[in-house]
Design a protein around this ligand. Structure first.
Ligand code: COA
Length: 144
């Protein structure tokens, strides 16, 4: 992912996360972090952006999936799987012990994707998403 991808990403953020969309400034702050601490990827088809994902590496034992999104016109083709697999594989390669993430309680599609990829639900953060007040489900995958 580079700043050249931002227009396409902003359109998908607004469409997919109307209540919690990231701003270009939030992505810019992420790009300013050292490569050892962040990984942001895009999925493209013939030069067109169809999805993106990001991971935070804590420097300790834990890595976190911070975003994952696919253009709804392209859901069900394996792009979400490909992006998630790329992030988890990189965490594994870097020697991290676990991957964590938060997902909205009212997002069964994403929760299924994570369950299929070996994540288990380990807790609930009440009212995590604001201003909606929707709960987050915390999920974890052990890598070693
Ligand atoms: C969650 C999300 C990233 C999944 O992306 P995706 O590209 O549709 O994911 P996949 O195609 O890998 O898998 C989704 C489904 O398609 C099926 N599938 C995967 N490859 C397929 C293929 N080649 N043909 C048909 N179906 C396929 C999977 O079995 C899966 O089925 P399920 O939902 O019944 O379990 C996407 O729906 C999205 O962007 N949602 C909105 C944003 C969001 O919720 N992000 C997560 C925030 S935590």
């Amino acid at each position: 992912m580079t700043s050249a991808d931002m227009a396409g990403i902003m359109a998908l953020e607004q469409e997919l996360f109307p209540e919690d969309a990231w701003t270009p400034e939030m992505f810019a702050a992420e790009f300013a972090q050292p490569p050892s601490r962040r990984l942001y990827l895009v999925a493209e088809d013939g030069g067109t952006l169809i999805g993106y994902a990001g991971m935070m590496f804590t420097g300790g034992t834990q890595s976190d999936v911070v975003t994952l999104a696919v253009n709804p016109a392209r859901w069900g083709e394996g792009t979400g799987t490909a992006l998630l697999t790329a992030l988890v594989d990189e965490a594994d390669k870097r020697g991290y012990e676990e991957v964590l993430l938060e997902v909205r309680e009212d997002n069964p599609r994403a929760r299924r994707l994570y369950l299929r990829h070996g994540f288990t639900e380990i807790g609930i953060r009440r009212g995590y998403y604001q201003p909606s007040g929707v709960d987050a489900v915390v999920m974890r995958k052990a890598l070693r």
